[in-house]
Design a protein around this ligand. Structure first.
Ligand code: KIV
Length: 294
């Protein structure tokens, strides 16, 4: 049985959980889009740790525990090596650190493609062991049967079409998709198949803008763009990318801060203090209490 649902404020640096606050639910996210219109765009960011989740939570409708954690946290060359156990560990941390946003956990490569039954076993573990609201998987028409199988058995599914990073070895890279008519038609057909299968939302990644707009108009469920279009029903970015943690990011990333510089500067000041023996100072050291016996 999982014990991952409660934030243990006695042993973590977490803020105490604020007085009763309800998380957004998957149906509430789905219902943001009414008759093809999403009056209030859906805000999603990736989160991989409890503290990151705490900081992002109130600003986001959805927190995505993306398998991009493979590259962002673990320095892997792609998301292909990411395991189910890794996703579960980080998914549970993000659920512990949040109380408002609905948490979606990515299904890693190899955990869902072989059969709907395999997918169910993996997704059920993710749901049980993290407490997340939904899972996300990559692929369109080829995954439609699996999406329907999961949804009918109580597992909300977010789809992901266009540039699907787990397929990097088939695609040959991370270039934008949908430049040829055939490719564009295929991506639109993929999105339609996911919607028909019951996906509650669909991530559209790295596609030429008119295709993102066409999909957003074609499907009744919300689309969430990344390298797609402002006309999608919502947007997602990899948080560490938009915080300026990396020198190289895809061109669709807007950088809102320069955290790498902040960290580098802080580390340089700390190193100088240590080398000058000015840290720790009186405020950071313990002295014997006055009058304490030996
Ligand atoms: O893994 C991830 O972070 C993602 C987003 C980029 C959509 O799938």
């Amino acid at each position: 049985m999982s014990t991952t649902f409660q934030l243990d404020t006695s042993t973590s640096r977490a803020h105490p959980t604020p007085a009763p606050m309800k998380r957004l639910t998957v149906p509430q996210v789905r219902e943001r889009k009414v008759a093809g219109v999403t009056a209030e765009p859906i805000v999603m960011l990736t989160a991989y740790t409890a503290r990151q989740a705490q900081l992002l939570d109130t600003h986001c409708d959805l927190l995505l525990v993306g398998d991009s954690l493979g590259q962002v946290i673990y320095g892997l060359p792609s998301s292909v090596p990411v395991t189910l156990d890794l996703m579960i560990a980080h998914g549970a941390a993000v659920v512990r650190g949040s109380y408002h946003a609905a948490v979606v956990v990515d299904m890693p490569f190899g955990s869902y493609e072989a059969s709907p039954q395999d997918a169910f076993a993996s997704a059920a573990r993710v749901m049980k062991e993290t407490g997340c609201a939904a899972i996300k998987l990559e692929g369109g028409e080829a995954m439609a049967e699996t999406v329907a199988f999961l949804v009918h058995r109580g597992i909300p599914v977010m789809g992901h079409v266009g540039l699907t990073p787990q397929a990097v070895n088939v695609l040959g890279g991370y270039n934008a998709r949908g430049r040829s008519t055939a490719e564009a038609d295929k991506i639109i057909a993929d999105a339609r198949a996911l919607e028909a299968a019951g996906a509650f939302a669909i991530v559209i990644e790295g596609v030429v803008e008119p295709i993102a707009v066409a999909i957003t108009q074609a499907v009744a469920c919300p689309t969430i763009g990344i390298g797609a279009s402002a006309q999608c029903d919502g947007q997602v970015l990899v948080t560490d990318d938009m915080l300026g943690m990396f020198e190289r990011v895809p061109r669709f990333v807007k950088i809102y801060e320069n955290i790498a510089e902040t960290i580098g500067n802080a580390a340089a000041r700390y190193a100088a203090d240590v080398r000058a023996r000015s840290f720790p100072g009186p405020e950071q050291t313990y002295q014997p209490r006055k009058g304490a016996s030996e």
